[in-house]
Design a protein around this ligand. Sequence first.
Ligand code: IMP
Ligand code: MG
Length: 182
Amino acid sequence: MRGEAVETLRVIITREQVASKVAEIAAAITADFAGEAVVLIGVLKGATIFLADLARAIQLDASFDFMAVSSYRNGTQHSGEVKLIKDVDGSLEGRNVILVEDILDSGLTLTYIQNLLLARRPKCVKIAALLDKPSRRIKMITADYTGFVIGDEFVVGYGLDFAERYRNLPDICILEADSDGR
Ligand code: IMP
Ligand code: MG
């Protein structure tokens, strides 16, 4: 197998750690919105697994909606361009919106979506991001509910992909491209 690139997965956050963090975030949201209804808006496709777990742990009157955007990247670098591919189905006017995202990286995607949602006159827009890479930030945006802060490493699993693969991994892993010709 000489000369072939080998991808190695190294677990950095276990499924048990994810589960207890999701329960914590859900408890905070439940307390913050006690007696009110919320709409969880997931950013396709990475946020789907987080949203599914979070929604079941939130003890509120909750509904879901989804958005899809495409961000243009040259490799792993964000070009700064974000385009709306799929909008939410329902009206957001006067509603408590919780934007659910897998990871906050440069911040360009969430800044774009947040501005778009604020224009629909919701009661509020809060952000729940499972992962945060603050060292990569280009747009100054912070999540209201953050799971784990990580370094500048490319991660997959629990919804996060590399070329559409690995979203189904239960743990969050660092994807390392090893070459065995060392
Ligand atoms: P941002 O606009 O740079 O904040 O990009 C956020 C989006 O980039 C996320 O929704 C992910 O789809 C993707 N992304 C950023 N970092 C990673 C990573 O480490 N693994 C997988 N996808 C990532
Ligand atoms: Mg994503």
